[in-house]
Design a protein around this ligand. Structure first.
Ligand SMILES: O=C(O)C1=C[C@@H](OP(=O)(O)O)[C@@H](O)[C@H](O)C1
Ligand SMILES: C=C(OP(=O)(O)O)C(=O)O
Length: 438
């Protein structure tokens, strides 16, 4: 991540056509992690070839795993088994990826070697105590910076971790997954309860590799007796990437977009529920099951949106989609209120503040609150220069805002779009967005 990229979007237009957005980021990370510690050769299709998922892939290569690809989304992982990872010779650099750092801290806590996890400026400012504190209760030894941030120095505690029950104070799939992965190396049972449902790709994929994870009410339970057997993984398109076009085609007149082969795991579809509550016209077509995950084609057409109070139970199910949902709110008739979403303040940027600042520059009445935002919709979206603060989802959200703007929008600091969706500009342009780089 080096060169600075500025996007400029010309106002107006509509989105029309059929596309397939790239592979799911959460599942791509997990396919590498689990494939690496499985026995045998795992083949992955639909892998996301973007910086975040590549950070995970390179980390496992650095721990001695032979991984071929990605070539056209295909990756072949020569699994080394649960105890086959080797000490990396230098710190594992995880770029911008919170998922890589939090899940790896759990997976590496019980290994027979030490290692250090580092990241870029954004990642090294994100909270890690949410994983290091419960891991310490299991016997992990992880040094952080004074305020609990990375670099993380992990002293491998092979054979010494103990399973425990953990009641998660926040609804976080990263914390849950971290502890389940640590639980694979701990004595006895590890169980994690969540205050609200969060994405369950770790549990599903572990089961796909033949490693038992039991779900009991709001708890997921694992122990160290299982074994991972190599498998075939078909990663569907990322609904978090599709979300930009779900909103774009809803707000732009005369739009009709079909998004092919999108993962519609019910722990990820909050964005569809929220947009439908706002009046969006989204059809879920051709539903099928692919490799243990539900998949569908999504057809979305222009519709007049109305402001709503977003139900709090939908927040974890749409957690990465709020930047673009704020754009939908700005285009809706009436007021939209988001509460219960303080987690947005500790993502790649403070997504509440950064979106409110940018929307205000464009003339939208968007008031940040401690745990959400109040957006008055229906007014004019003007042009201007906004800053994404190096956050991929902010950069793409303001690009979509251009569809309803009255003048060009310039978006600074967009190189990080490459962390999750390198093809964004090309696919958005193909559908009809007038987006260029300066
Ligand atoms: O487990 C995952 O793959 C993710 C979980 C979410 O984070 P939290 O667990 O911090 O909510 C999400 O924001 C992130 O993009 C990916
Ligand atoms: C929050 C995100 O990812 P991560 O936590 O993995 O950096 C995201 O992709 O929006």
């Amino acid at each position: 991540m080096s060169q600075s990229i500025t996007f400029q979007v010309q106002p107006g237009g509509s989105l029309r056509g059929e596309i397939r957005v790239p592979g799911d980021k959460s599942m791509s990370h997990r396919s590498i992690m689990l494939g690496s510690i499985a026995e045998g050769v795992t083949h992955v299709r639909g892998f996301l070839n973007a910086e975040d998922a590549m950070s995970t892939l390179e980390a496992f290569r650095a721990m001695g795993v032979e991984i071929e690809g990605p070539v056209n989304g295909e990756v072949t992982i020569h699994g080394v088994g649960k105890h086959g990872l080797k000490a990396p010779t230098k710190p594992l650099y995880l770029g911008n990826s919170g998922t890589s750092m939090r899940l790896l801290s759990g997976l590496l806590a019980g290994q027979s070697f030490d290692c250090t996890l580092t990241g870029d400026k954004s990642l090294e400012s994100r909270p890690m105590k949410r994983v290091t504190v419960p891991l310490a209760q299991m016997g992990a030894v992880i040094e952080t910076q004074e305020n609990g941030t990375a670099p993380l120095h992990i002293k491998g505690q092979a054979g010494k971790l103990k399973g425990m029950h953990y009641d998660m104070p926040i609804a976080s799939a990263q914390v849950k997954s971290c502890l389940l992965l640590a639980g694979m190396y701990a004595q006895g049972e590890t169980s994690v309860t969540e205050p609200a449902p969060t994405r369950d790709h770790t549990e599903r994929m572990l089961n796909g590799f033949g490693y038992p994870v039991v779900r009991e009410g709001s708890a997921a339970k694992i122990d160290s007796n299982g074994k991972l057997t190599a498998t075939e993984i078909d990663v569907p398109s990322d609904i978090s990437s599709a979300a930009f076009f779900l909103v774009g085609a809803s707000i732009a007149a005369d739009s009709d977009v079909t998004l092919k082969h999108v993962g519609i795991n019910p722990t990820r579809t909050g964005v569809i529920d929220i947009l439908r509550l706002m009046g969006a016209n989204i059809e879920v077509l051709n539903q099928r099951e692919v490799g243990g995950e539900p998949v569908a084609d999504l057809r979305v057409r222009s519709a007049p949106l109305k402001g709503i109070d977003i139900p709090e139970h939908l927040v974890p199910l749409a957690i990465d989609e709020f930047p673009v949902l704020f754009v939908a709110a700005a285009c809706a008739e009436g007021q939209t209120v988001l509460t219960g979403a303080e987690e947005l303040r500790v993502k790649e940027s403070d997504r509440i503040q950064v979106m409110a600042d940018g929307l205000q520059i464009l003339g939208v009445n968007a008031q940040p609150t401690k745990d959400g935002m109040v957006v008055q919709g229906g007014g004019n979206i003007g042009g201007g220069e906004v800053d994404s603060h190096g956050d991929h989802r902010i950069a793409m959200s303001f690009s979509i805002a251009g569809l309803r703007a009255s003048a060009p929008i310039t978006i600074k600091d967009c190189a990080n779009v490459n962390t999750s969706f390198p093809e964004f500009r090309q696919l958005a342009t193909q559908l009809g967005l007038n987006l260029s780089t300066l």
